[in-house]
Design a protein around this ligand. Structure first.
Ligand code: SME
Length: 166
């Protein structure tokens, strides 16, 4: 049985340190990327309060043509849009720019894709392998301005840890 949980008294920076340690312990030595993304989605849900969606979109071939797009990966939350073109919505913006997107008010983000009407703020961090985006980590919250720079830094470290493991 795994019992990874943040200390009740931990501040946000400490929660991110504990989340990173737990993700490292769970994914070290496991070559199956889907299993690793599934367990990390569960950890994100367990460690970070006030989320309504946490998970991955992977860069994969589009259904038709040569293009690549974001395709839904392991997550916790309500069923979500399956395919997102680069440049569309918050996830597509993170994939295209290869930069984290910290969105305090999703209603003010041009082209935001509402998968769950409860979402009010969002953090999307690209997972980069040798400079190329291979996935994004997407976190949604029902609270406006839920995510901070500390969250963006913590999830960016998590993305770096996972890049060779997913
Ligand atoms: N809101 C995202 C779409 C993914 S869902 O939030 C799970 C976006 O605008 O890219």
């Amino acid at each position: 049985m795994y019992d990874f949980r943040p200390d009740a008294a931990a501040d946000p920076a400490e929660i991110h340190r504990q989340l990173l340690d737990a993700a490292d312990a769970l994914t070290a030595g496991e070559p199956d990327g889907v299993a690793n993304m599934a367990n990390v989605a569960a950890l994100l849900w367990e460690f970070l309060p006030d989320l309504n969606w946490a998970g991955f979109y992977r860069v994969a071939p589009a259904k038709s043509g040569e293009e690549r797009e974001l395709v839904l990966g392991p997550f916790v939350g309500r069923p979500a849009c399956i395919r997102i073109p680069f440049g569309k919505g918050v996830c597509g913006a993170a994939a295209e720019s290869r930069a984290a997107q910290l969105v305090a008010d999703v209603h003010a983000f041009p082209g935001h894709i509402a998968c769950d009407a409860a979402s009010r703020s969002e953090l999307v961090v690209p997972v980069l392998r040798e400079g190329a985006v291979i996935a994004v980590i997407d976190l949604d919250s029902p609270s406006p301005a839920r995510f901070t720079e500390a969250d963006a830094e913590g999830i960016t470290r998590l993305a770096a840890l996972l890049a060779p493991r997913i």
